[in-house]
Design a protein around this ligand. Structure first.
Ligand code: MN
Ligand code: MN
Length: 322
């Protein structure tokens, strides 16, 4: 007996027309495609955590965030932004990595994937994976000119060699500055905290001219002033958004490899992101969701919620560019 002829999930004009627990999970239930000419904003999984220095597991992040993203709907209920209405938002699947156990080769493969995406005019929204993947993404996004960046994280990720590698998840933004992909004078890092083994572990951030808003300053000035400072530092040029889920308090994001106590609350993070409207974001990522450490899918759900705000920022910025 033949299967009931399905309405092709990929072709559903309305991704909310079927019950949300049905179908193969894609980001926000958007159609999956590999045809870049049919895409304005491409959401991409990067299931790679070969850059993790301690607790691995972020390779499982894209799948978990895809599943939880079914809880998100069409409109941003606070800002009214409708990211799916004005742009062709598609799930481009996972960045395929043929050499997942060779760190630098894998990063080269990721860069190649993103060069094709950027060359097609597609705005990339990525889900890691550990934070090492932001470097190869920036090798595409920042290839034409260095970009600014809003970086929300417990860690500056501007370290150097660690046990023989310069490309682990604690160093992507130092490498990105060295490779001319990031303009450090237009970079703001928010939520930094935790213990270090070296009193100057993140010295490169200050030395290169990045603006670092540590968690105590964030706590003192609040999300609104932090967003104002981010807008001042990043200014009007093209910018990237990189959101490490370990910026959040472990109470709201236990599923991550490098938690640090006393972090940003989810409500503050959402307000911070919404207050970044108007910046010219040309790409964004959400990284370090590690489902093996998660509790009740809380981290993946909060990650999907951050991803939705990032999508709204990208959609508005793309519309503003015309
Ligand atoms: Mn990070
Ligand atoms: Mn981090």
């Amino acid at each position: 007996m033949p299967l009931k002829p399905p309405v092709r999930y990929h072709d559903l004009a309305d991704t909310q027309a079927q019950p949300r627990h049905t179908g193969i999970p894609t980001f926000f239930r958007t159609p999956h495609t590999e045809a870049l000419d049919e895409v304005d904003i491409g959401i991409i999984g990067v299931p790679f955590d070969g850059g993790v220095t301690h607790r691995s597991g972020a390779r499982h992040g894209p799948r978990a965030v895809r599943a939880q993203s079914a809880l998100l709907r069409r409109y941003n209920g606070v800002t009214g932004v409708a990211p799916f209405a004005g742009a062709r938002v598609r799930d481009l699947g996972d960045c395929w990595i043929e050499f997942p156990y060779q760190l630098e080769a894998a990063l080269d493969e990721i860069a190649g994937f993103y060069r094709a995406v950027v060359a097609a005019g597609v705005v990339p929204l990525s889900v890691g994976g550990d934070h090492s993947v932001s470097l190869p993404i920036l090798r595409a996004v920042g290839a034409a000119r260095p970009v600014g960046m809003v970086h929300v994280d417990a860690h500056c990720d501007t370290g150097d060699d660690y046990m023989g590698s310069r490309f682990h998840h604690g160093a992507p933004f130092r490498r990105a500055v060295e490779e001319g992909l990031l303009d450090p004078a237009r970079v703001v890092q928010i939520g930094i905290r935790g213990t270090t083994n070296d009193p100057d572990m993140w010295g490169f951030s200050q030395q290169s001219g990045m603006r670092v808003i540590g968690i105590d300053e964030f706590d003192d000035i609040g999300w609104r002033a932090a967003a104002d400072e981010a807008r001042r530092v990043v200014g009007p040029g093209p910018a990237y958004l990189s959101f490490d889920i370990d910026s959040l308090d472990p109470a709201e994001a236990p599923g991550t490899g490098t938690p640090e106590a006393g972090g940003i609350r989810m409500r503050e993070a959402l307000r911070l992101l919404r207050a970044l409207r108007g910046l010219d974001f040309v790409g964004a990522d959400l990284v370090e969701v590690a489902p093996p450490f998660d509790v009740g899918d809380l981290t993946a759900f909060n990650g999907a919620s951050v991803l939705f705000e990032a999508l709204c920022l990208l959609a508005e910025a793309r519309a503003a560019r015309g």
